[in-house]
Design a protein around this ligand. Structure first.
Ligand code: NAD
Ligand code: USQ
Length: 411
């Protein structure tokens, strides 16, 4: 199949592009390198030495004999180029990763909130609009999040996107309807993913677009079969307080001898998936597209759930690391239960990798190998969901506490 991967230079995007290429698909990456620019803004870089995108695609060709094309393009602002690319390539599928994906970064300041909303909602809407205008019959596969459901305890396992409800009528009768599961975002980033969902419903109903929305849990791990093939193909590994996700942070912290940073009591329960399963699930979704008449197809792309303090204990047992319970910078329930359904992707043939299959050790070994690249000052979380106005001394000590104009919105 001919596939465009938008956001193909990122943590999930690069392994997906190489995985699809390895499986015989013709892949074109689109990216505006915003993630690399944010690394510069925060002065917080990937623990692993990722190469420039040009070097990556060249190394992929030298290693495998397969080519991956690349276009520098901002999906949120370069609408005409995006539409022209779709018209020219007529892709069978488009994978959409191109969003600002860190919840803490999205809560850092007003400028970061506005950038996240502007970038994510515009990128998604531009893509939908361009698919219609270009009259391309592509299957759109979007990376959504389990966070659209919220993290409050529910009696029933979270369904895959939809809920059947009974609406009481005036005469005591009931009307049955299938609705999107009520959205309950926990950050501005998660809010943009709930907005994406409505855009997908509209474009599927109005224009017959074929769409799969993958509600993904927290991705852990770093390397895949493909990124492992050559040092120049190595995937990124974020560990800083904004972009580092919890399990990779814990494994990396253990690798560099830092206490594990558990927020609050560590009572939050979340859903997890290994990066190797991310790429497999996306390929399965692409290779078995839905019909437009099915409505938007939603799968929960997550393997298992785990409570944060239990994960910390697991990592501590594996590595001997100590655990540091810290004041929670986020606004989230102290404890929640989480159960979910994930039959959709399993029905397509997915056999998930679990936390217990030995891959945690591989991640820790990578963290240890690149420990010399770690800047310990980037580990603490500096983005707060609610915070009092900073005093002058605090503002002087922490530049992120003062009003800030996001580079993408300057001028
Ligand atoms: P990432 O930041 O590493 O990658 C996103 C890529 O998109 C980057 O290369 C960035 O430069 C690019 N991009 C952003 N805005 C763009 C724009 N306007 N135009 C073109 N390119 C743009 O993030 P990731 O971890 O790879 O996540 C990818 C997607 O998967 C996101 O949408 C995220 O919400 C979703 N997701 C990620 C996780 C996770 O744990 N990493 C979990 C669930 C869902
Ligand atoms: N946490 C800690 N210590 C840390 C970091 C995080 O205790 O050092 C806690 C957080 O308070 C939170 C949980 O761990 O309760 C998860 O935090 P996270 O940063 O690993 O994940 P999150 O902010 O939810 O976001 C990540 C991705 C996002 C994706 C989401 C999937 O960055 O793109 O959408 O996971 S989900 O969590 O299912 O919504």
């Amino acid at each position: 199949m001919r596939i465009i991967v938008i956001g193909g230079d990122g943590f999930c995007g690069w392994p997906t592009a190489t995985h699809l290429s390895a499986h015989g698909h013709e892949v074109t990456i689109v990216d505006n390198l915003a993630r690399r620019a944010i690394s510069e803004e925060l002065d917080a870089h990937s623990l692993t030495p990722i190469r420039p995108l040009g070097t990556r695609v060249q190394a992929w060709e030298e290693t495998t004999g397969r080519t991956i094309a690349y276009h520098y393009l901002d999906a949120a602002t370069d609408y005409d180029q995006l539409r022209a690319l779709l018209t020219r390539l007529q892709p069978d599928a488009v994978v959409h990763f191109a969003e600002q994906r860190a919840a803490p970064y999205s809560m850092k300041s007003s400028a970061h909130k506005r950038y996240t909303v502007a970038n994510n909602t515009a990128a998604t809407h531009n893509l939908l609009c361009a698919l219609v205008e270009a009259e391309v019959d592509s299957h759109l596969v979007h990376l959504g999040t389990m966070g659209v459901y919220g993290y409050t305890t529910t009696a029933a396992p979270l369904p895959e996107g939809y809920l059947t409800v009974q609406i009481p009528g005036p005469e005591g009768e009931t009307e049955e309807r299938e609705i999107l599961y009520p959205a309950n975002p926990g950050s501005i980033y998660h809010l943009t993913k709930t907005q994406d969902q409505l855009a997908f419903q509209f474009y599927n109903a109005n224009d017959g677009l074929r769409i799969t929305d993958l509600h993904q849990g927290i991705v852990w791990g770093t390397q895949t079969e493909e990124t492992h093939l050559d040092g120049r193909l190595i995937n990124r590994f974020d560990y800083d307080g904004d972009f580092g996700t919890v399990l990779n942070r814990f494994l990396m912290q253990a690798g560099v001898g830092h206490p594990l940073t558990v927020h609050g009591s560590g009572g939050q329960t979340r859903a997890f998936i290994h990066i190797r399963d991310t790429v497999r699930c996306i390929r399965l979704a692409i290779e078995t597209p839905p019909e437009a008449a099915e409505g938007v197809r939603i799968f929960n792309q997550a393997t298992e759930t785990g409570r944060i303090r239990d994960l910390a204990q697991k990592v501590s047992k594996l590595t001997g690391a100590t655990i540091d319970f810290q004041a929670n910078p986020r606004k989230e329930a102290a404890e929640n239960e989480l159960r979910m359904r994930n039959e959709g992707l399993r029905t397509l043939g997915w056999e998930p990798i679990t936390l217990d299959n030995g891959l945690m050790e591989e991640v820790r070994a990578i963290a240890e190998r690149y420990a010399h690249r770690c800047d310990l000052s980037k580990i603490p979380a500096h983005s707060f969901w609610t915070r009092p106005k900073p005093t002058e001394e605090e503002a002087a000590a922490d530049p992120t506490a003062v009003p800030f104009t996001h580079p993408a919105q300057a001028g």
